[in-house]
Design a protein around this ligand. Structure first.
Ligand SMILES: *Cc1c(COP(=O)(O)O)cnc(C)c1O
Length: 393
């Protein structure tokens, strides 16, 4: 694994492509929250110059806000991207990014086991506009490459949700470029610290900042990063009109929590691997779906691992009893915060199959997703051990 990267080199001055650099006059250690919807102009001329793009200044916070802009610049820097745009949620980011690049009759190639609400966005929203979506086994690189010609967009998630399947980003990006297909990767799991998809040739990287980037289970936020041309397209075609902008305070929370990201990720990486290895050796665990143990595509691009993964329990374990017997680990969706959490797939399998990605692509009802939070591996394995023993039939 790489040396823990540091981000304190970035000062809180707001260096910008859209605004003049605004250093804090007091050298505040923490960036100010620009809790304002609008910005004032001194004269007709100043307003006209800003409208005409002759000078730079934020106008209205549905467009640009300095606190949000600082977050966008930091994430762009971390991903090695030219530009970034923040959204009020990961889904806001996904919807805007996808809508900027597809139109009626276009085809999207995506992976099976894609994030459940991205799946619903494809099935419920895009299909109404005549967009065709192909779900491919992303571990099968040949199948992915074969699906690309004629598609408009390849929407990837490395690893995928729930079963943590990997894709060969480099091979897919290279073929997509040849066929004129725009590529996007949801990089929420690895964060820019542990995977840099743009370096593998991917065009656009998406984050649910509600997860590791926010890291404290107190914020819902999303980000899209990529080249200036790609982000400009999102900005000019979709972003201001769907209105899913990030609030300055929420941007500030993510900025604050980014300071601890390297330390949190190191813990999730280490404790996650330790718990996954422990589960792997347990007699009542039949499968551990952690990218460290399942390099499907044989092209692992991670320099470290997230602490979210799944495992399957044997039929000697009652899933509901197991979940109810956990004490340190709580029951809850989402992930990436300090809490250690489980989601049993069985509870979600009752949702109607047309819009249920688990049912559609076959997630076993014995699958449990585990978020290794900021607990020690020992606390978590002790809890798992007693709950597995309590749930044994
Ligand atoms: C949670 C999540 C999202 C959606 O993010 P929200 O902020 O909840 O809208 C997208 N992708 C992945 C992989 C996620 O886990």
């Amino acid at each position: 694994m790489n040396e823990t990267p540091r981000f304190d080199a970035y000062r809180h001055a707001i260096p910008d492509t859209l605004m003049p650099s605004t250093s804090d006059p007091f050298d505040a250690a923490v960036p100010p929250i620009y809790q304002t919807s609008l910005f004032l102009f001194d004269s007709y001329k100043e307003l006209e110059d800003v409208f005409a793009g002759r000078s730079k200044k934020p106008i209205y916070s549905r467009g640009d806000n300095p606190t949000v802009r600082l977050l966008e610049r930091k994430i762009a820097e971390m991903e090695g991207a030219e530009e970034a745009r923040a959204f009020s949620s990961g889904m806001g980011a996904i919807a805007a990014a996808v809508l900027a690049f597809v139109g009626p009759g276009d085809r999207i190639v995506t992976v099976r086991h894609v994030y459940s609400d991205a799946f619903r966005f494809f099935e419920k929203v895009l299909k109404r506009f005549g967009v065709v979506v192909d779900y491919i086994d992303g571990t099968d690189t040949q199948a992915m490459l074969a699906a690309l010609p004629g598609a408009k967009l390849a929407y990837l998630e490395n690893p995928t949700s729930m079963v943590f399947e990997l894709q060969d980003l480099t091979a897919i990006a290279e073929a997509a470029r040849r066929h004129g297909v725009v590529t996007m990767v949801d990089n929420s799991w690895a964060t820019p610290l542990y995977q840099k998809p743009l370096a593998s040739g991917i065009d656009i990287v998406i984050h649910a900042a509600s997860k590791y980037l926010g890291g404290q289970s107190d914020t819902v936020a999303g980000l899209v990063t990529g080249s200036k041309a790609h982000i400009d397209r999102i900005n000019s075609e979709i972003y201001p009109y769907t209105g899913a902008k990030l609030a300055p305070f929420e941007a500030w929370l993510v900025l604050r929590n980014l300071e601890t990201l390297p330390f949190r990720m190191r813990h999730h990486h280490e404790a996650g691997l330790e718990v996954a290895s422990w589960l792997n050796a347990h007699a009542d665990v039949t499968n551990v779906m952690h990218p460290a143990f399942n390099d499907h595509a044989g092209k692992c691009t991670f320099s470290g691992f997230g602490g979210l993964f799944s495992f399957e329990v044997s039929d000697r374990i009652d899933v509901a009893d197991f979940v109810d017997a956990l004490r340190v680990i709580r029951i809850g969706v989402s992930w990436g915060g300090p809490e250690s959490l489980v989601v049993p797939a069985r509870a979600a399998l009752s949702i109607s199959p047309e819009t249920n990605v688990f049912a559609r692509f076959g997630v076993s009802d014995r699958t449990i997703r585990l978020n290794v939070g900021l607990h020690s591996a020992m606390e978590i394995t002790a809890d798992l051990e007693q709950a597995l023993a309590a749930a044994k039939r």
